[in-house]
Design a protein around this ligand. Structure first.
Ligand SMILES: C[S@@+](CC[C@H](N)C(=O)[O-])C[C@H]1O[C@@H](n2cnc3c(N)ncnc32)[C@H](O)[C@@H]1O
Length: 174
């Protein structure tokens, strides 16, 4: 396994629960292919999509697949929960790739930063707002810790309307 040096940031390690994958899953074409670029085999994106017949390609910085360098696999969608500390660069690259995407993000301050505001202003984006709040797990076993922020999916080419709302069924486990 190749190892890449990267700056570990504990705020980048919030892990998505299975129930938060379903609002996106139901908006995708059946049997399509999905790239999950911030995910290992134990990611709920990988497990839930595979379990529902999607073709999934995944990769993670810890397994040598840096999203910013890795050759883009052939896919219909890019879906994940990205490292929050690099969200500006992540969205910049996603807009350049022009592949429909959905990213679960910490919504707090997303449009505050001047360059990001300008980047989003020039794009047609979709927001998928979720209720209740997503409670993430973390690598240090704080499973379902109460997170102090609201998250939503920021998408392009996924939702019919630019602002959509959906309920989370928190009983769904894979
Ligand atoms: C917010 S976590 C989400 C993990 C997983 N996608 C999930 O939803 O459970 C983001 C992950 O991206 C990883 N990461 C950070 N920089 C990366 C990069 N350049 N390329 C690929 N993965 C990266 C982090 O180590 C972290 O595990």
């Amino acid at each position: 396994m190749s190892q890449i040096q990267y700056n570990f940031n504990k705020n980048d390690e919030y892990r998505t629960p299975a129930y938060a994958v379903y609002p996106i899953l139901k908006r995708l074409k059946k049997n399509s292919s999905i790239w999950c670029p911030f995910d290992k085999s134990d990611s709920q994106y990988v497990k839930v999509f595979q379990g529902h017949g999607f073709h999934v390609v995944y990769g993670h910085i810890q397994t040598g697949q840096d999203f910013f360098d890795f050759p883009v696999p052939s896919c219909d969608y890019i879906v994940s929960n990205p490292p929050y500390s690099r969200k500006g660069e992540v969205f910049q690259r996603l807009f350049e790739l022009q592949i429909p995407f959905a990213m679960l993000i910490n919504f707090q301050g997303i449009f505050d930063q001047k360059d990001r505001f300008e980047m989003f202003r020039q794009q047609r984006i979709e927001l998928l707002w979720l209720s209740p709040r997503v409670n993430y797990g973390t690598d240090n076993q704080r499973k379902n810790a109460r997170v102090p922020f609201q998250s939503c999916y920021l998408c392009q080419g996924i939702c019919k309307r630019q602002l959509e709302f959906d309920y989370l069924d928190t009983s769904l486990l894979e």
